[in-house]
Design a protein around this ligand. Structure first.
Ligand code: NAD
Ligand code: ZN
Length: 358
Protein backbone atom coordinates (compact mmCIF):
# COMPACT_ATOMS: atom_id res chain seq x y z
CA UNK A 1 0.00 0.00 0.00
CA UNK A 2 1.20 3.49 -0.72
CA UNK A 3 0.10 7.08 -0.24
CA UNK A 4 2.86 8.14 -2.62
CA UNK A 5 2.62 8.35 -6.39
CA UNK A 6 4.99 5.85 -7.93
CA UNK A 7 5.88 6.32 -11.61
CA UNK A 8 6.01 3.39 -14.04
CA UNK A 9 9.53 4.20 -15.29
CA UNK A 10 12.71 5.78 -13.96
CA UNK A 11 16.30 6.72 -14.73
CA UNK A 12 18.80 3.93 -14.16
CA UNK A 13 22.43 3.10 -15.02
CA UNK A 14 22.70 -0.42 -16.43
CA UNK A 15 25.69 -2.72 -16.86
CA UNK A 16 24.68 -5.13 -19.64
CA UNK A 17 27.95 -7.04 -19.73
CA UNK A 18 31.40 -6.68 -18.18
CA UNK A 19 32.77 -5.41 -21.50
CA UNK A 20 29.91 -3.10 -22.58
CA UNK A 21 29.89 0.62 -21.70
CA UNK A 22 27.56 1.67 -18.90
CA UNK A 23 24.13 2.67 -20.23
CA UNK A 24 22.00 5.38 -18.59
CA UNK A 25 18.31 5.06 -19.55
CA UNK A 26 15.18 6.92 -18.46
CA UNK A 27 12.62 4.22 -19.13
CA UNK A 28 13.60 1.43 -16.73
CA UNK A 29 10.50 -0.10 -15.10
CA UNK A 30 9.77 0.68 -11.43
CA UNK A 31 8.43 -2.26 -9.41
CA UNK A 32 4.89 -1.20 -8.51
CA UNK A 33 3.63 -1.19 -4.88
CA UNK A 34 1.09 -3.96 -5.60
CA UNK A 35 3.90 -6.19 -6.91
CA UNK A 36 6.03 -5.99 -3.74
CA UNK A 37 6.26 -9.24 -1.77
CA UNK A 38 5.54 -9.20 1.99
CA UNK A 39 8.66 -7.79 3.71
CA UNK A 40 9.76 -5.82 0.66
CA UNK A 41 9.69 -2.05 0.44
CA UNK A 42 10.21 0.48 -2.33
CA UNK A 43 12.61 3.36 -1.62
CA UNK A 44 12.70 6.56 -3.68
CA UNK A 45 16.34 7.57 -3.59
CA UNK A 46 17.70 11.05 -2.92
CA UNK A 47 21.35 10.12 -3.43
CA UNK A 48 23.73 7.24 -3.96
CA UNK A 49 27.47 7.13 -3.22
CA UNK A 50 29.82 5.51 -5.72
CA UNK A 51 32.11 2.87 -4.19
CA UNK A 52 35.13 1.26 -5.88
CA UNK A 53 33.26 -2.02 -5.34
CA UNK A 54 30.71 -0.90 -7.97
CA UNK A 55 33.56 -0.62 -10.46
CA UNK A 56 34.91 -4.09 -9.51
CA UNK A 57 31.39 -5.53 -9.93
CA UNK A 58 30.87 -3.90 -13.34
CA UNK A 59 34.20 -5.24 -14.60
CA UNK A 60 33.78 -8.77 -13.24
CA UNK A 61 36.98 -8.45 -11.16
CA UNK A 62 36.15 -11.08 -8.54
CA UNK A 63 35.81 -14.88 -8.36
CA UNK A 64 32.03 -14.50 -7.83
CA UNK A 65 30.37 -12.69 -10.76
CA UNK A 66 27.64 -10.08 -10.39
CA UNK A 67 24.15 -10.62 -11.84
CA UNK A 68 23.78 -9.33 -15.40
CA UNK A 69 22.26 -7.07 -16.48
CA UNK A 70 23.11 -5.17 -13.30
CA UNK A 71 22.12 -1.91 -11.67
CA UNK A 72 25.04 -1.21 -9.33
CA UNK A 73 25.16 0.95 -6.22
CA UNK A 74 24.94 0.22 -2.50
CA UNK A 75 25.23 3.55 -0.68
CA UNK A 76 21.66 4.83 -1.19
CA UNK A 77 19.54 7.13 0.96
CA UNK A 78 15.89 7.92 0.31
CA UNK A 79 12.32 7.58 1.57
CA UNK A 80 10.10 4.52 1.81
CA UNK A 81 7.24 5.09 -0.63
CA UNK A 82 5.65 1.62 -0.50
CA UNK A 83 5.66 -1.50 1.67
CA UNK A 84 4.53 -4.91 0.42
CA UNK A 85 0.98 -5.91 1.42
CA UNK A 86 0.74 -8.39 4.34
CA UNK A 87 4.13 -7.29 5.76
CA UNK A 88 4.11 -8.15 9.47
CA UNK A 89 5.80 -6.16 12.25
CA UNK A 90 7.79 -3.78 10.05
CA UNK A 91 10.38 -1.76 12.03
CA UNK A 92 10.03 1.09 9.46
CA UNK A 93 7.02 2.88 8.00
CA UNK A 94 6.00 4.80 4.89
CA UNK A 95 7.84 8.12 4.59
CA UNK A 96 10.81 7.05 6.76
CA UNK A 97 14.25 8.10 5.50
CA UNK A 98 16.39 4.98 5.24
CA UNK A 99 19.68 3.73 3.83
CA UNK A 100 20.41 0.85 1.46
CA UNK A 101 23.64 -1.01 2.22
CA UNK A 102 25.72 -3.65 0.41
CA UNK A 103 23.96 -6.28 2.52
CA UNK A 104 20.44 -6.00 1.13
CA UNK A 105 19.02 -9.04 2.90
CA UNK A 106 20.17 -11.81 5.24
CA UNK A 107 18.14 -14.75 6.49
CA UNK A 108 18.96 -14.04 10.18
CA UNK A 109 18.80 -17.78 10.84
CA UNK A 110 21.92 -19.46 9.38
CA UNK A 111 24.97 -19.91 11.62
CA UNK A 112 26.83 -16.74 10.43
CA UNK A 113 23.63 -14.68 10.95
CA UNK A 114 23.02 -16.15 14.39
CA UNK A 115 26.60 -15.25 15.35
CA UNK A 116 26.25 -11.62 14.19
CA UNK A 117 28.11 -12.18 10.92
CA UNK A 118 25.02 -11.53 8.83
CA UNK A 119 27.13 -9.91 6.08
CA UNK A 120 28.41 -13.46 5.41
CA UNK A 121 24.87 -14.94 5.47
CA UNK A 122 24.59 -18.24 3.59
CA UNK A 123 21.42 -16.89 1.92
CA UNK A 124 22.46 -13.23 1.65
CA UNK A 125 21.50 -10.80 -1.11
CA UNK A 126 23.82 -7.94 -2.01
CA UNK A 127 22.76 -4.54 -3.41
CA UNK A 128 24.30 -3.79 -6.79
CA UNK A 129 25.71 -7.31 -7.03
CA UNK A 130 23.20 -10.15 -6.64
CA UNK A 131 20.15 -7.82 -6.63
CA UNK A 132 19.77 -4.46 -8.39
CA UNK A 133 21.17 -1.56 -6.40
CA UNK A 134 20.91 2.18 -5.99
CA UNK A 135 21.97 3.61 -9.36
CA UNK A 136 18.27 3.95 -10.21
CA UNK A 137 15.72 6.39 -8.80
CA UNK A 138 13.73 3.66 -7.01
CA UNK A 139 15.11 0.53 -5.38
CA UNK A 140 13.41 -2.51 -3.86
CA UNK A 141 14.69 -3.48 -0.44
CA UNK A 142 13.61 -5.30 2.73
CA UNK A 143 11.99 -3.63 5.75
CA UNK A 144 14.17 -5.64 8.15
CA UNK A 145 17.40 -4.51 6.48
CA UNK A 146 17.03 -0.85 5.49
CA UNK A 147 18.90 1.40 7.93
CA UNK A 148 17.12 4.33 9.62
CA UNK A 149 19.02 7.57 8.95
CA UNK A 150 19.48 9.93 11.94
CA UNK A 151 17.34 13.07 11.57
CA UNK A 152 20.24 15.53 11.70
CA UNK A 153 22.33 13.78 9.04
CA UNK A 154 21.82 15.08 5.52
CA UNK A 155 21.17 12.33 2.91
CA UNK A 156 24.29 13.15 0.89
CA UNK A 157 26.42 13.06 4.04
CA UNK A 158 24.88 9.80 5.21
CA UNK A 159 25.21 7.92 1.90
CA UNK A 160 28.84 6.83 2.05
CA UNK A 161 28.68 6.02 5.74
CA UNK A 162 26.44 3.10 4.66
CA UNK A 163 29.31 1.23 2.98
CA UNK A 164 32.63 3.08 3.23
CA UNK A 165 31.96 4.29 6.76
CA UNK A 166 30.54 1.07 8.18
CA UNK A 167 33.35 -0.97 6.62
CA UNK A 168 36.24 1.03 8.03
CA UNK A 169 34.51 1.58 11.36
CA UNK A 170 34.17 -2.18 11.85
CA UNK A 171 37.69 -2.92 10.56
CA UNK A 172 39.22 -0.44 13.01
CA UNK A 173 37.04 -1.77 15.84
CA UNK A 174 38.26 -5.32 15.23
CA UNK A 175 41.91 -4.30 14.71
CA UNK A 176 42.33 -4.28 18.51
CA UNK A 177 44.13 -0.91 18.24
CA UNK A 178 43.68 1.09 21.44
CA UNK A 179 43.85 4.77 22.32
CA UNK A 180 47.35 6.11 21.59
CA UNK A 181 48.25 3.25 19.20
CA UNK A 182 49.58 3.83 15.69
CA UNK A 183 47.41 2.75 12.76
CA UNK A 184 48.55 2.75 9.11
CA UNK A 185 45.88 3.49 6.51
CA UNK A 186 46.99 2.68 2.94
CA UNK A 187 44.33 4.15 0.63
CA UNK A 188 43.74 7.02 3.09
CA UNK A 189 42.75 9.59 0.46
CA UNK A 190 40.02 7.44 -1.12
CA UNK A 191 36.37 6.86 -0.21
CA UNK A 192 36.93 4.32 2.56
CA UNK A 193 40.31 5.71 3.58
CA UNK A 194 39.33 9.32 4.32
CA UNK A 195 36.52 8.08 6.57
CA UNK A 196 38.95 5.61 8.21
CA UNK A 197 41.24 8.52 9.13
CA UNK A 198 38.33 10.19 10.95
CA UNK A 199 37.00 7.08 12.73
CA UNK A 200 40.57 6.27 13.83
CA UNK A 201 41.10 9.79 15.19
CA UNK A 202 37.70 9.64 16.93
CA UNK A 203 38.84 6.39 18.61
CA UNK A 204 42.02 8.06 19.88
CA UNK A 205 44.38 6.37 17.43
CA UNK A 206 47.40 8.01 15.79
CA UNK A 207 47.23 7.83 12.00
CA UNK A 208 49.91 7.25 9.39
CA UNK A 209 48.14 7.95 6.09
CA UNK A 210 49.49 6.31 2.94
CA UNK A 211 48.30 7.43 -0.50
CA UNK A 212 49.55 9.69 -3.26
CA UNK A 213 49.30 13.31 -4.44
CA UNK A 214 49.12 16.76 -2.85
CA UNK A 215 45.32 16.91 -2.77
CA UNK A 216 44.92 13.62 -0.88
CA UNK A 217 47.74 14.63 1.47
CA UNK A 218 46.05 17.95 2.26
CA UNK A 219 42.72 16.21 2.91
CA UNK A 220 44.02 13.51 5.25
CA UNK A 221 46.21 15.91 7.23
CA UNK A 222 43.23 18.24 7.65
CA UNK A 223 41.20 15.27 8.90
CA UNK A 224 43.73 14.53 11.64
CA UNK A 225 46.42 12.20 10.27
CA UNK A 226 49.77 12.84 11.99
CA UNK A 227 52.08 11.38 9.34
CA UNK A 228 51.90 11.05 5.58
CA UNK A 229 53.74 8.66 3.26
CA UNK A 230 53.31 9.04 -0.52
CA UNK A 231 53.48 5.49 -1.88
CA UNK A 232 54.60 6.73 -5.29
CA UNK A 233 57.36 8.99 -3.98
CA UNK A 234 58.82 7.05 -1.07
CA UNK A 235 62.11 5.25 -1.65
CA UNK A 236 61.55 2.91 1.30
CA UNK A 237 57.92 2.62 2.47
CA UNK A 238 58.69 0.25 5.35
CA UNK A 239 61.46 2.47 6.75
CA UNK A 240 59.32 5.60 6.44
CA UNK A 241 56.46 3.96 8.36
CA UNK A 242 58.69 2.41 11.03
CA UNK A 243 60.45 5.78 11.51
CA UNK A 244 57.05 7.47 11.79
CA UNK A 245 55.88 5.06 14.51
CA UNK A 246 58.57 5.50 17.17
CA UNK A 247 60.92 3.04 15.42
CA UNK A 248 58.84 -0.04 16.33
CA UNK A 249 56.28 -0.13 13.55
CA UNK A 250 52.52 0.31 13.70
CA UNK A 251 50.10 -1.54 15.97
CA UNK A 252 47.61 -2.05 13.14
CA UNK A 253 47.03 -1.44 9.46
CA UNK A 254 43.68 -1.23 7.65
CA UNK A 255 44.36 -1.57 3.93
CA UNK A 256 41.65 0.02 1.80
CA UNK A 257 43.62 0.34 -1.45
CA UNK A 258 42.22 -1.58 -4.42
CA UNK A 259 45.77 -2.53 -5.30
CA UNK A 260 47.63 -5.69 -4.20
CA UNK A 261 50.87 -3.68 -3.90
CA UNK A 262 49.41 -1.97 -0.83
CA UNK A 263 49.39 -5.29 1.02
CA UNK A 264 52.89 -6.38 0.06
CA UNK A 265 54.88 -4.81 2.90
CA UNK A 266 52.31 -4.61 5.67
CA UNK A 267 53.82 -7.41 7.77
CA UNK A 268 57.19 -5.62 7.58
CA UNK A 269 55.95 -2.30 8.95
CA UNK A 270 53.78 -3.74 11.72
CA UNK A 271 55.30 -4.06 15.18
CA UNK A 272 55.32 -7.26 17.28
CA UNK A 273 51.73 -8.41 17.79
CA UNK A 274 50.50 -6.12 14.99
CA UNK A 275 47.19 -6.66 13.21
CA UNK A 276 46.62 -6.42 9.46
CA UNK A 277 43.00 -5.80 8.50
CA UNK A 278 42.29 -6.92 4.93
CA UNK A 279 39.61 -4.65 3.44
CA UNK A 280 40.56 -3.49 -0.09
CA UNK A 281 39.51 -6.02 -2.73
CA UNK A 282 41.87 -5.79 -5.73
CA UNK A 283 41.00 -7.90 -8.79
CA UNK A 284 42.22 -11.50 -8.85
CA UNK A 285 44.73 -10.96 -6.05
CA UNK A 286 46.36 -13.27 -3.54
CA UNK A 287 47.66 -12.22 -0.18
CA UNK A 288 51.26 -13.23 0.39
CA UNK A 289 53.16 -12.67 3.59
CA UNK A 290 56.49 -13.96 4.81
CA UNK A 291 55.55 -16.91 7.04
CA UNK A 292 58.67 -16.67 9.20
CA UNK A 293 58.12 -13.01 10.12
CA UNK A 294 54.35 -13.46 10.47
CA UNK A 295 55.09 -16.12 13.09
CA UNK A 296 57.95 -14.55 15.02
CA UNK A 297 56.25 -11.15 15.10
CA UNK A 298 52.93 -12.78 16.17
CA UNK A 299 51.10 -10.94 13.40
CA UNK A 300 47.32 -11.38 12.98
CA UNK A 301 45.86 -11.12 9.48
CA UNK A 302 42.08 -10.67 9.50
CA UNK A 303 39.56 -10.24 6.69
CA UNK A 304 36.83 -7.67 7.37
CA UNK A 305 33.64 -7.52 5.32
CA UNK A 306 31.39 -4.42 5.51
CA UNK A 307 29.47 -4.64 8.82
CA UNK A 308 26.23 -5.92 10.29
CA UNK A 309 23.11 -3.87 11.06
CA UNK A 310 24.49 -2.87 14.46
CA UNK A 311 27.80 -1.66 12.97
CA UNK A 312 25.77 0.45 10.54
CA UNK A 313 23.81 2.12 13.35
CA UNK A 314 27.00 2.79 15.31
CA UNK A 315 28.88 4.21 12.30
CA UNK A 316 25.94 6.50 11.44
CA UNK A 317 25.58 7.61 15.04
CA UNK A 318 29.22 8.71 15.16
CA UNK A 319 28.71 10.66 11.91
CA UNK A 320 25.48 12.20 13.21
CA UNK A 321 27.41 13.45 16.26
CA UNK A 322 29.77 15.27 13.88
CA UNK A 323 32.88 13.18 14.54
CA UNK A 324 33.09 11.91 10.95
CA UNK A 325 32.12 13.81 7.82
CA UNK A 326 32.18 12.46 4.30
CA UNK A 327 34.13 14.67 1.88
CA UNK A 328 32.20 14.34 -1.37
CA UNK A 329 31.36 15.92 -4.68
CA UNK A 330 27.68 15.76 -5.75
CA UNK A 331 27.13 14.78 -9.40
CA UNK A 332 24.26 13.63 -11.64
CA UNK A 333 23.72 9.95 -12.53
CA UNK A 334 25.03 10.73 -16.03
CA UNK A 335 28.50 11.26 -14.45
CA UNK A 336 28.74 7.62 -13.32
CA UNK A 337 30.82 6.33 -16.26
CA UNK A 338 33.38 9.13 -15.84
CA UNK A 339 33.43 8.48 -12.10
CA UNK A 340 34.26 4.80 -12.73
CA UNK A 341 37.10 5.84 -15.00
CA UNK A 342 38.49 8.27 -12.41
CA UNK A 343 38.18 5.64 -9.64
CA UNK A 344 40.14 3.19 -11.78
CA UNK A 345 42.89 5.79 -12.17
CA UNK A 346 42.96 6.60 -8.44
CA UNK A 347 41.85 10.17 -9.15
CA UNK A 348 38.86 10.50 -6.80
CA UNK A 349 39.67 12.37 -3.60
CA UNK A 350 37.14 11.27 -0.96
CA UNK A 351 33.85 10.23 -2.59
CA UNK A 352 31.51 11.01 -5.49
CA UNK A 353 27.83 11.01 -4.47
CA UNK A 354 25.13 10.98 -7.16
CA UNK A 355 22.02 13.14 -6.95
CA UNK A 356 19.30 10.65 -7.92
CA UNK A 357 16.54 13.27 -8.05
CA UNK A 358 18.07 15.24 -10.89
P1 NAD B 1 39.00 4.48 -3.80
O1 NAD B 1 39.46 4.28 -5.20
O2 NAD B 1 38.15 5.65 -3.44
O3 NAD B 1 40.27 4.52 -2.80
C1 NAD B 1 41.39 3.70 -2.95
C2 NAD B 1 42.62 4.55 -2.63
O4 NAD B 1 43.76 3.69 -2.62
C3 NAD B 1 42.90 5.63 -3.67
O5 NAD B 1 42.96 6.90 -3.03
C4 NAD B 1 44.26 5.23 -4.25
O6 NAD B 1 45.09 6.35 -4.59
C5 NAD B 1 44.87 4.43 -3.10
N1 NAD B 1 45.95 3.50 -3.46
C6 NAD B 1 46.12 2.81 -4.63
N2 NAD B 1 47.25 2.08 -4.55
C7 NAD B 1 47.80 2.28 -3.33
C8 NAD B 1 48.96 1.81 -2.69
N3 NAD B 1 49.81 0.97 -3.29
N4 NAD B 1 49.20 2.24 -1.42
C9 NAD B 1 48.36 3.10 -0.81
N5 NAD B 1 47.24 3.59 -1.38
C10 NAD B 1 46.96 3.19 -2.63
O7 NAD B 1 38.25 3.12 -3.41
P2 NAD B 1 37.22 2.82 -2.22
O8 NAD B 1 35.83 3.05 -2.68
O9 NAD B 1 37.72 3.47 -0.99
O10 NAD B 1 37.39 1.22 -2.10
C11 NAD B 1 38.65 0.66 -1.79
C12 NAD B 1 38.64 -0.85 -1.85
O11 NAD B 1 37.88 -1.36 -0.75
C13 NAD B 1 38.00 -1.44 -3.12
O12 NAD B 1 38.76 -2.57 -3.51
C14 NAD B 1 36.63 -1.88 -2.64
O13 NAD B 1 36.07 -2.92 -3.40
C15 NAD B 1 36.98 -2.34 -1.24
N6 NAD B 1 35.84 -2.44 -0.33
C16 NAD B 1 35.86 -3.46 0.57
C17 NAD B 1 34.84 -3.59 1.48
C18 NAD B 1 34.86 -4.70 2.46
O14 NAD B 1 33.82 -5.02 3.00
N7 NAD B 1 36.00 -5.32 2.74
C19 NAD B 1 33.79 -2.65 1.49
C20 NAD B 1 33.82 -1.60 0.60
C21 NAD B 1 34.86 -1.49 -0.32
ZN1 ZN C 1 31.03 -0.20 -1.06
Amino acid sequence: MSQFTVPKTQKAAIVESTSAPLKVVDNFPVKQPEDLAPGECLVQLDVSGVCHTDLHASKGDWPIPAKLPLIGGHEGVGRIVAIGAHTQGSPVKLGDRVGIKWLAYSCLDCEPCRKGLEQSCLNGKYSGFTVDGTFSQYVVSWVTHVTPIPENLDSAEAASILCAGVTVYRAIKYSKAKIGDWIVLPGAGGGLGHLAVQYAVAMGLRVVAVDTGAEKKALVMKLGAEKWVDFKETKDLVKDIVDATDGYGAHAAVVTAANPAAYAQAVDYLRMGGVLMVVGLPARANLSADIFFTVIKSISILGSYVGNRQDAREALDIAARGKVKCYYELKPLSALADTYEALGEGKIVGRVVLNMKE
